[in-house]
Design a binder for this molecule. Structure first.
Ligand code: NAD
Ligand code: 44H
Length: 379
């Protein structure tokens, strides 16, 4: 049987990427540190993907197993040797941590096989596979690095499917029906059901990140401030719904200009995504969607990049500034990065965070506007 190895047996791993490989005739080996999930994968060898709809259609995902990268290094290396695809959905910050083990697997593989290996990081991050590749290369000797050409391929990708937090006692995963997985390559690669191939990923990943994820972030941070618990509940608030739409018109103006998109098509794309956010069956927590605000306030992420790009293009960004201000007020005690930001604000003020985390100069017009919104929201 064809073999795929996937790092991260979490929501997207089990609910999306791993499921597509299984449905395409692959045995999927998940690699994770969550011992309980790995044990269950090996004991049960299958799980259900349930669609968040009224009728809750279910698909059974079979031919799956698990390995723990902390205690089963040898098995992970051997599975990399026998795999056609190596994918990740682990969180961008974790990629450097798994790169040394992937490098060991690639070293053994290129020494013993001519078969191509396709590496694809499936994270909400522009150029995630490039980042993974850089960390892998840092862990390869020159001899192995020289052998990668034509044997190990690295493709960037964009992944889109809302998968909320799950019942931790079960392998089953509740997912929204919609999905899109776009992979950038000009190579002929083995088909995987549900994978769309494009030559240039930039318009796809920016459109996704600065619409789906920007919109999601606005709802999460404003919802959290108003004491709401889920995304759909927050969107039921007309004021917040209007804020979301206006913010996405701002990112949309940049995207339309940058990539020559049709304005009406893009407005329809915005509306389609707002409908996705309203799915009450997902019960998607604002704290999941707002998680890791240091990453989300990064210079190339969903809030800051469209704002700096809008400013450069002479476009409006005042709704985005409000969303950034709301992110600075996300003080969820369960979220390590939120607590780190709150600590920085307490010690040095919000402008310090915008400089250190987002790379924005204290005297910039964007910072000026965010700080006005921050003071207004704080009240
Ligand atoms: N959930 C979604 O709706 C969604 C949609 C599109 C993209 N994404 C992206 O997919 C990625 C994964 O998100 P998720 O929602 O599946 O998160 P998740 O927390 O459900 O899954 C991540 C998994 O990685 C594992 N992990 C963490 N550190 C590890 C390590 N050092 N070694 C091995 N495994 C480790 C965790 O145990 C967990 O099982 C993120 O980049 C996210 O932005 C998520
Ligand atoms: O995964 P994050 O933390 O980058 O972002 C949170 C959500 O916006 C995200 O997981 C979406 O549900 C997903 O990107 C939809 O495709």
């Amino acid at each position: 049987m064809k073999q795929a190895i996937h790092f991260g047996a979490g929501n997207i791993g089990r609910g999306f990427i791993g499921a597509l490989f299984s449905q395409s005739g692959y045995h999927v080996t998940f690699v994770d540190i969550a011992e309980q999930v790995i044990n269950k994968l090996n004991e049960e060898g299958r799980y259900e993907v349930k669609l968040a709809t009224e009728t809750m259609e279910t698909e059974t995902i079979e031919n799956v197993s698990g390995l723990n990268n902390l205690h089963q290094e040898g098995e992970v290396i051997d599975t990399i040797v026998s795999s056609t695809y190596l994918t990740t959905a682990i969180g961008p910050n974790i990629l450097p941590r798994i790169a040394p083990l992937i490098a060991k697997g690639i070293t053994k593989r290129v020494a013993s096989s001519e078969e191509p290996l396709y590496v694809i990081a499936c994270e909400n991050q522009i150029g995630a596979t490039d980042i993974l590749k850089k960390h892998i290369l840092e862990n390869l000797n020159e001899e192995t690095a020289a052998k990668l050409e034509g044997k190990v391929f690295f493709f960037n990708s964009a992944v889109d499917r809302i998968v909320p937090m799950q019942d931790q006692g079960s392998l089953d995963v509740l997912v929204e029906p919609y999905y899109e997985w776009v992979v950038e390559t000009t190579e002929e690669i083995p088909p995987v059901e549900g994978m769309t191939i494009v030559e240039d990923l930039a318009p796809f990943i920016e459109r996704k990140l600065f619409t789906v994820n920007t919109g999601h972030a606005v709802i999460a941070y404003l919802g959290y401030l108003q004491g709401k618990s889920t995304i759909d509940q927050t969107l039921a608030d007309d004021g917040i719904a209007a804020q979301v739409k206006e913010t996405l018109k701002e990112t949309g103006a940049y995207l339309v200009k940058q990539y020559g998109l049709d304005e009406n098509d893009h407005l329809a794309y915005i509306d389609k995504n707002i409908e996705r956010f309203k799915n009450a069956y997902l019960n998607d927590d604002v704290t999941r969607v707002g998680r890791a605000p240091i990453r989300k306030l990064g210079p190339d992420d969903r809030l800051i990049r469209p704002t700096t790009e809008a400013q450069k293009a002479g476009l409006s960004y005042s709704y985005l500034a409000k969303a950034i201000a709301a992110a600075l007020l996300f003080d969820n005690p369960e979220d390590e990065q939120a607590m780190e930001i709150q600590g920085m604000i307490k010690e040095h003020g919000p402008a310090y965070v915008l400089k250190k985390v987002s790379g924005l100069d204290a005297d910039s017009e964007i910072v000026e506007e965010v700080l006005v919104q921050y003071e207004a929201l704080k009240k």
